[in-house]
Design a protein around this ligand. Structure first.
Ligand code: CP
Length: 324
């Protein structure tokens, strides 16, 4: 069966641990796994702008022995001249992997439905699951354990990052607290999915408008832009709405003394996060950005192995590394 990675819960708790272990090992052995040797081509499609995702997938696919074919916004027939299902069937005959940054989650689901090669969500309006793999690896690097740690997210709590923090955090057994203003909180559907997974992992879900309560002794504090792609016209209004959820020194004073700060970047300094915090001693955002590369390489190798699309040597190396 072909495995895809469309949202954070597409990996079971055990599989999430395997991918993080593999990423840790592959970071120390950056060219040891040639899961895309040949070179095989991976299509990396962007309907939105990107720096980290573009570079980390391109560099990572090359390091796996493959050829990254980056398709920029507007360059393909996809979305205007050709249906998603037809595009999926054609790409799957020509490439070994499809990575897609787009708008609607349902479009990614359709791509996966018609693709016989793995499809990876590299950001949709609803989720950013590759970012969360990097975030969890970074937290594990700095705090040692994920299970039982408190992860607080402040700001636009209805966006893709808030959804992914909630789902990926509970998948790792964390106590996840999402804080944002009324009307900008996760949907009932996302909260329900998080609660169901938390019941399995021992994680916890809190959704609140009270930033102070959410921050109390938090081990991890995260935020994201208040103005996601497509919301640029609402910038002034949104700065007003989210102002009291800024990640600043006062907010950090409520968190645990050794708390780490995450931001997926790009950051709007002086808006959702102050320079004092992002450049301060709690910040691990540059490690987080680097880990996109390592964890996505691990994800690709893992998906190819689990989809029975990897050679014997890759299967052996990956299985040894992920159980380490
Ligand atoms: N964090 C992230 O996805 O960055 P880019 O939008 O630059 O890819």
């Amino acid at each position: 069966m072909t495995r895809h990675f469309l949202n954070d819960l597409d990996l079971s708790p055990e599989e999430l641990g395997q991918v993080l272990n593999l990423a840790h090992w592959m970071r120390d052995h950056p060219y040891a796994v040639k899961a895309l040797g040949g070179p095989q081509t991976a299509a990396v499609i962007f309907d939105k702008t990107s720096t980290r995702t573009r570079v980390s997938f391109s560099a990572g696919i090359a390091a796996l022995g493959g050829n990254p074919l980056v398709i920029n916004p507007g360059e393909a027939q996809l979305g205007h001249k050709e249906s998603i299902s037809d595009t999926a069937r054609v790409l799957a005959r020509q490439v070994s992997l499809i990575v897609w940054r787009t708008y609607a989650q349902t479009d990614l689901e359709e791509m996966a439905q018609y693709s016989r090669v793995p499809v990876i969500n590299s950001l949709s309006d609803d989720y950013h699951p590759c970012q969360l793999l990097a975030d969890l690896l970074t937290v594990r690097d700095h705090l040692g354990e994920l299970r039982g740690k408190t992860l607080t997210y402040l700001g636009d709590a209805a966006n893709n990052m808030a959804n992914s923090y909630l789902l990926a955090g509970v998948n790792a057994g964390m106590d996840v607290r999402i804080a944002g203003p009324e009307g900008h909180l996760p949907s009932e559907e996302v909260i329900r999915a998080a609660e169901e997974r938390a019941a399995i992992t021992g994680g916890r879900v809190t959704v609140t408008t009270d930033a102070g309560a959410a921050l109390e002794k938090a081990h991890v504090v995260a935020t994201d832009t208040w103005v996601s792609m497509g919301q640029e016209q609402e910038e002034a209004q949104r700065r007003e709405i989210f102002g009291r959820y800024q990640l600043n020194a006062d907010a950090m004073a409520k968190a645990a003394d050794d708390a780490v700060v995450l931001h997926c970047l790009p950051a709007y300094r002086g808006a959702e996060i102050t320079s004092e915090v992002i450049d301060g001693p709690h910040s691990v955002v540059w490690d987080e950005a680097e880990n996109r590369l390592h964890v996505q390489k691990a994800l690709i190798a893992w998906l190819l192995v689990e989809s029975e699309r990897a050679d014997e040597e890759t299967v052996r190396t990956v299985r040894q590394a992920m159980s380490a």
